[in-house]
Design a protein around this ligand. Structure first.
Ligand code: COS
Length: 385
C-alpha cells in the first residue's frame, strides 16, 4: 500500500541519489577498513532512515511494507553493510516492540530507535539453537520485579553498536519448546552483559556480529514485551516473516546493481573485435539474470501488498526469501563470469559482492528452513481445507 505516491517517490529518489553519490564511492573504503564512517551513520540519522518502520506517533516514518520495499530497492544497490547499519533497527530489532510492546514500552524505546540515537539488535540465535530456534537455552527467571537472564547469543548483528537487545529467553525451563520462550527489551548497558570478539566473516565487512553473553543480567519485569510470558517465540516468528520480505527486497536490489555493472562491462569490454555483450552466450547470462530479478521483484511487491492488506504472509515471505536469495547468488555468480578474470579481482568489487550475498541464503532462516516452512504450511492448508 502506498499512502501518498508523491511523498513516497520523493523519499525513494532521495535514497537513490544518496546511494549513488555518497555510498557507492565508499564501498572499497568500507571493505578495507571494516567500518562505516561515523559521518555516514550521522547522515542516515538525519535522513530519518533509522525510523523507516517506526510509527509516526513515536517519531518514525511508519512506512507500509510496500513503501519500505520501494526504499529498500534503492538502499540495496550498494554494499549490504550500509543497509546493515539501519537493518536491525528498522527490522528485526524493533518490530517486536512495534507489534507487541505495551504503550509504555513503545513510548520509552521507539523514539530513541526512530531517531537513530539507539541501535536495536535481535538476539535469538544461540550456539546450540540456529535453525531450531525454539530449542534456545538462554533463561530468564523471575525474581521479584526483575528477570535474571543467563545464556549466550551468537552471531548477533550490530551487537557491538547496540543500545538495546530484543532478547528471546526461556522463562519456563519446564516447557522445552516454543511455549516457554518470552521476549524482552534489554538495555545493552545492563551489568552482566559482555560481548565476544568481533566475528571474522566471509564478507559484508563493515557490518559487525559477535556473541553476546548474559551473566545474571537483571532485566526489569516491565521490559517483558507485551507483559505476557510465553509469547516470545511467536513474536519472533512474526518479526521474521516481515524481515524475510525485507531481506528479499535487498536481494533484488543487490542483484539489480550487479546486473547494471555486468551490462556496463559487457557493453565496454572488447574481445574478438567486438563488445562481449554482443555475443549471445553473454546475452544469455544477462537475460537469465534480468528474468529472475523481475520475477523476484514481482514476488516481493506482491507479498508486501498482501501484508499491507492484513492477509497472512508466512508462506509468501518464505517464498520471497528463498527465491530472491538464491536468485541473487546466481546473479552474482554470472556477474563474476561476465567480468571474467576481472570478476575475480578485488579492484572491480564484483568478487566482494559475490562473497557479501552468500549470507542472504543463510540469515533470517536458511533456504532449507524456507523450503521446510513452505512445504509444511502447504500440507497444513490442504489438511485443514
Ligand atoms: N506467525 C505466528 N505464529 C507462528 C509463526 C508465524 N510465522 N510460526 C510459528 N508460529 C507459532 C506456531 O503456530 C506455534 O504456535 P502453537 O504452539 O500455539 O501452535 C508456535 O509458534 C511454534 O511453532 P512451530 O511448531 O512451527 O515451531 P518449530 O519449532 O517447528 O519451528 C521453524 C519452526 C523451523 C520454522 C522456526 O524455528 C524457524 O523459523 N527457524 C529459523 C529461525 C531463523 O530464521 N533464524 C535466523 C536467526 S534470526 S537472524
Amino acid at each position: 500500500m502506498i499512502r501518498d505516491e508523491d511523498i513516497t517517490q520523493a523519499l525513494v529518489e532521495t535514497v537513490a541519489r544518496y546511494v549513488r553519490e555518497r555510498l557507492v564511492p565508499l564501498e572499497h573504503q568500507v571493505a578495507d577498513e571494516d567500518r562505516i564512517p561515523p559521518e555516514v551513520v550521522q547522515e542516515m540519522r538525519e535522513m530519518g532512515l533509522f525510523g523507516l518502520t517506526i510509527p509516526e506517533a513515536h517519531g518514525g516514518l511508519g512506512l507500509t511494507m510496500e513503501e519500505e520495499v520501494r526504499v529498500l530497492l534503492e538502499l540495496g544497490k550498494t554494499s549490504p553493510a550500509f543497509r546493515s547499519v539501519i537493518g536491525t533497527t528498522v527490522g528485526i530489532g524493533s518490530q517486536g516492540i512495534v507489534f507487541d510492546g505495551t504503550p509504555e514500552q513503545q513510548a520509552q524505546w521507539l523514539p530513541k530507535l526512530a531517531s537513530g540515537e539507539m541501535i536495536a539488535s535481535f538476539a535469538l540465535t544461540e550456539p546450540g539453537a540456529g535453525s531450531d530456534a525454539a530449542s534456545l537455552r538462554t533463561t530468564a527467571i523471575k525474581d521479584g520485579d526483575h528477570y535474571v537472564v543467563n545464556g549466550t547469543k551468537r552471531y548477533i548483528t550490530n551487537a557491538p553498536q547496540a543500545g538495546l537487545f530484543t532478547l528471546m529467553a526461556r522463562t519456563d525451563p519446564a516447557i522445552k519448546g516454543a511455549g516457554g520462550v518470552s521476549a524482552f527489551i534489554v538495555d545493552a548497558k545492563s551489568p552482566g552483559i559482555s560481548l565476544g570478539l568481533p566475528d571474522r566473516k566471509m564478507g559484508q565487512r563493515g557490518a559487525h556480529t559477535c556473541d553476546v553473553i548474559f551473566e545474571n543480567v537483571r532485566v526489569p519485569a516491565a521490559n517483558l514485551i507485551g507483559g505476557k510470558e510465553g509469547q516470545g517465540f511467536k513474536m519472533a516468528m512474526r518479526v521474521l516473516d516481515k524481515g524475510r520480505i525485507h531481506i528479499a527486497a535487498i536481494c533484488v536490489a543487490v542483484a539489480q546493481r550487479l546486473l547494471a555493472d555486468s551490462l556496463a562491462y559487457a557493453a565496454e569490454r572488447q574481445q574478438f573485435g567486438q563488445a562481449i555483450g554482443d555475443f549471445q552466450l553473454i546475452q544469455a547470462m544477462l537475460a537469465d539474470s534480468k528474468t529472475e530479478i523481475y520475477a523476484a521483484e514481482c514476488m516481493v511487491m506482491d507479498a508486501a501488498r498482501r501484508r499491507d492488506s492484513g492477509r497472512p504472509v508466512a508462506t509468501e515471505a518464505a517464498c520471497c526469501k528463498l527465491f530472491a536469495s538464491e536468485m541473487c547468488g546466481r546473479v552474482a555468480d554470472r556477474a563474476v563470469q561476465i567480468f571474467g578474470g576481472a570478476g575475480y579481482m578485488a579492484e572491480y568489487g564484483i568478487e566482494r559482492f559475490y562473497r557479501d550475498v552468500r549470507l542472504f541464503r543463510l540469515y533470517e532462516g536458511t533456504s532449507q528452513i524456507m523450503q521446510t516452512l513452505i512445504g509444511r504450511n502447504l500440507m497444513r492448508e490442504v489438511r485443514n481445507s
